[in-house]
Design a protein around this ligand. Structure first.
Ligand code: GDP
Ligand code: MG
Length: 164
């Protein structure tokens, strides 16, 4: 079966945007219930002839901050159990947060490869000073991307398919 890539990260870092860009079409589903947006959480994708499956573990995200950390732990557990590589997405605009550091600790303890991508780096020629803080996560190289502007996605996908 195809290698599985799990996308993990805080709400609003851009996981669904990345997912939609890589899958190549808009796949988000808006439920009838007011205030509930349900993203499609599984899709098949291909990069340079390599086929893989992508899961957005944050498919259902209430907007209350008190559940963010527990939800990220849950996401990370699903990802660690099921995927071949974990794509850990952080917000390159916001910088490093406590929740990011907490989840990185869990991910470091898994034997799975983890790729850190810093999204919302819309101008990669001018990295924000706080970009280098992401190296404190201890998960190796941090790839700057802009899902919205389709920048750096090829670099991230190269790393992903190299890991299979
Ligand atoms: P998710 O909650 O992690 O799935 O995040 P979403 O994909 O729903 O994106 C959250 C917000 O960030 C939306 O308003 C997106 O338009 C915005 N966003 C996503 N990617 C980028 C990016 O590369 N640059 C900027 N500036 N905004 C982005
Ligand atoms: Mg989402």
């Amino acid at each position: 079966s195809k290698p599985l890539v799990a996308v993990v990260g805080r709400p609003n870092v851009g996981k669904s945007t990345f997912f939609n860009r890589v899958v190549g079409r808009r796949v988000s589903i808006v439920e009838d219930t007011p205030g509930v947006t349900r993203d499609r959480i599984y899709a098949e994708a291909e990069w340079c002839g390599t086929h893989f499956a992508l899961i957005d573990t944050g498919g259902i995200e209430p907007n209350t901050s008190d559940v963010i950390l527990s939800q990220m732990r849950e996401q990370a557990e699903i990802a660690m159990e099921t995927s071949d590589i974990i794509l850990f997405m952080v917000d390159g605009k916001d910088g490093l947060t406590h929740a990011d550091a907490e989840v990185a600790g869990m991910l470091r303890r898994t034997g799975k490869p983890v790729l850190v991508v810093a999204n919302k780096i819309d101008n990669p020629k001018n990295l924000p000073d706080h970009f280098y803080d992401f190296y404190e996560l201890g998960l190796g190289e941090v790839i700057p991307i802009s899902s919205a502007n389709m920048l750096g996605l090829g670099d991230a996908l190269d790393r992903i398919v190299e890991s299979f």
